[in-house]
Design a protein around this ligand. Structure first.
Ligand SMILES: Nc1nc2c(ncn2[C@@H]2O[C@H](COP(=O)(O)OP(=O)(O)OP(=O)(O)O)[C@@H](O)[C@H]2O)c(=O)[nH]1
Ligand SMILES: [Mg+2]
Length: 502
């Protein structure tokens, strides 16, 4: 059986070797640091699903002295790796050439060399010695340009690399997309002949895995939406018991259920994109996740982009004036995007036009308000005259009654959930595993990112909105078939594909 492909990341201190490793294999626990000399010993890294091995190394610390000692031996040797082996043995019980010996240990595994270069840094003699040593190993080689800032020295690096490295690839550890990872593996397939087929298969696997993740994200988003828009909570009221405190408590519980559903969805998305395994310090803080019912978040996610342009006043003017929004029979307003907003939502916008904060609050509350029904007869208790309630449900006073909280009345609720989820998917899909540090996501940033990609629900193509509306309508009526779910899932998956690739 042929050995599986093995690669060794070599390059000068602090040029981004560990960062490339982290991004390429999507692992956040590889030591990356701004302090030079972070990697002291070699680390063997296996890709989570593909059959290849990556060695992270400290790189050479003193390649000029090493080259002076070994240069002529290496250039004359039939087996350069044996020369390196003897070199390692010679210094084995000393503290000389520690980093070099670590690299040599890995080179005995006959890897293909990935020579990492930060092309924002100048090329020096030490780097030329490094390149020379790598060339003399006789191992297959690929140079990777990974500028950590503006690549002002790229041309001088390329000039020197050309003589010793057949192929030079660009791969930015902080920005590389799945597409870039796949492209790098395909490039490697052209460099290492003996692993050409294996590497092509690996590239295919990564491509399929990525497509699966996107499809799966659409699946779990649709699942969450179906679950959330139909969600209800019941509370039993004993004869003579005061209902209102029970209703208020049940509403709080109802909102907590929906928040929990969303939290579960978001952690599933994190796992899907392999961002849940990073150490605590690297965790993204999704602060907006805690405020599904926060009025501000609702405003950010529920309003079309044009309504957010310049705050409340113009929102009122735009809705009331130029767009000519119509109130339909169902008390809904058709916005230019075709996404219906409830009258309550519109009122929120309009009130917002007059008095900013109040409008935002009303907006948030109105759209996130669940239906409240008593017994079997649906009624929005809070909106009905007490006399009517007494007459209609009086007979229940002997035995008590059951009150159902939910489902959410605002039709925009589903779109808020979907936008937030796709925003998170977009963020996770573009976050490389080399990027560390706590990052706080704000709802407004997510919305802006989606809008900049024409991806939020108010930018959707009509066919997607129509499909979504059919799915929502049937789900609300509890008549959605698996085929309806699948149809929406497929369309949403195609949309997410475009968004994450854009
Ligand atoms: N902006 C930016 N910074 C990067 C990129 N790649 C690496 N860095 C930063 O460069 C520094 C060094 O990165 P490492 O991956 O630790 O470099 P290394 O070559 O493994 O370093 P040693 O193990 O110390 O030899 C870290 O602060 C990284 O965050 C990149 O693509 N863009
Ligand atoms: Mg390192």
């Amino acid at each position: 059986m042929t050995k599986k492909p093995v690669f060794a990341l070599v390059g000068a201190v602090n040029h981004g070797k560990s960062s490339i490793a982290a991004t390429l294999v999507e692992q956040g626990n590889i030591g990356v640091s701004a302090d030079p000399g972070m990697t002291q010993v070699c680390q063997k890294i296996e890709h989570h699903s593909s059959e290849f091995v990556l060695w992270d190394t400290p790189g050479f610390q003193d390649p000029r002295t090493m080259l002076a000692e070994l240069g002529s031996q290496l250039s004359e040797a039939r087996k350069p790796l044996a020369v390196l082996q003897r070199f390692s043995e010679k210094y084995a019980s000393t503290n000389t050439f520690e980093a070099e010996r670590e690299v040599c240990k890995v080179l005995q595994d006959e890897p293909a060399i990935l020579y990492v270069i930060d092309s924002s840094k100048p090329l020096r003699k030490i780097h030329e010695a490094e390149m020379e040593l790598l060339m003399l190993t006789g191992l297959p080689r690929l140079a990777i340009l990974n500028p950590t800032a503006f690549p002002e020295h790229e041309s001088e690096w390329r000039a020197k690399l050309g003589q010793r490295f057949g192929v030079v690839a660009a791969f930015n550890a902080h920005q590389a997309s799945a597409h870039d990872r796949i492209a790098l593996v395909r490039t490697l397939a052209t460099v290492v002949d003996k692993w050409r087929d294996a590497l092509s298969r690996i590239a295919d696997e990564i491509e399929n895995d990525w497509a699966h993740r996107v499809n799966e994200s659409a699946h779990i988003i649709v699942d969450l939406v179906a679950k959330s828009i139909g969600h209800t909570r019941r509370v039993r009221v004993a004869p003579g018991e005061d209902k209102q405190p029970l209703i208020d408590a049940a509403k709080r519980g109802f909102h907590a259920d929906l928040q929990q559903n969303e939290r579960v969805l978001h952690s599933k998305l994190q796992s899907l994109f392999l961002h849940d395994k990073v150490g605590l310090a690297d965790k993204v803080e999704f602060t907006y996740l805690n405020d599904l019912f926060n009025s501000e978040t609702w405003q950010v996610f529920g309003l079309p982009w044009w309504a957010l342009l310049s705050g409340g006043v113009s929102v009122g003017a735009v809705v009331g004036g130029t767009t000519g929004a119509k109130i339909g029979a169902g008390g809904e307003v058709a916005m230019p995007s075709g996404i219906p907003l409830t009258v309550g939502a519109l009122a929120g916008v309009l009130v917002g036009g007059v008095g900013g904060g109040v409008g935002a609050m009303y907006w948030g509350k109105s759209v996130a308000q669940p239906a409240v029904t008593e017994g079997e007869k649906p009624s929005t208790l809070t909106a009905m005259p007490q006399s009517f309630l007494r007459n209609t449900f009086g007979y229940l006073s002997q035995t008590g009654t059951t009150i159902t909280i939910g489902p959410i009345q605002g039709k925009n609720f589903a779109y808020v959930l979907i936008d937030r989820a796709i925003g998170l998917v977009t963020h996770l899909a573009h976050r490389t595993h080399a990027v560390s540090g706590v990052e706080t996501l704000h709802a407004a940033d997510i919305k802006q990112e989606l809008d900049s990609r024409n991806a939020s629900a108010d930018h959707w193509p009509k066919s997607l909105t129509t499909c979504c509306e059919i799915f929502l309508e049937k789900t609300r009526k509890k008549i959605a078939t698996p085929a309806d779910l699948e149809a929406f899932e497929n369309k949403l998956a195609r949309h997410i594909h475009k968004v994450v690739e854009g």
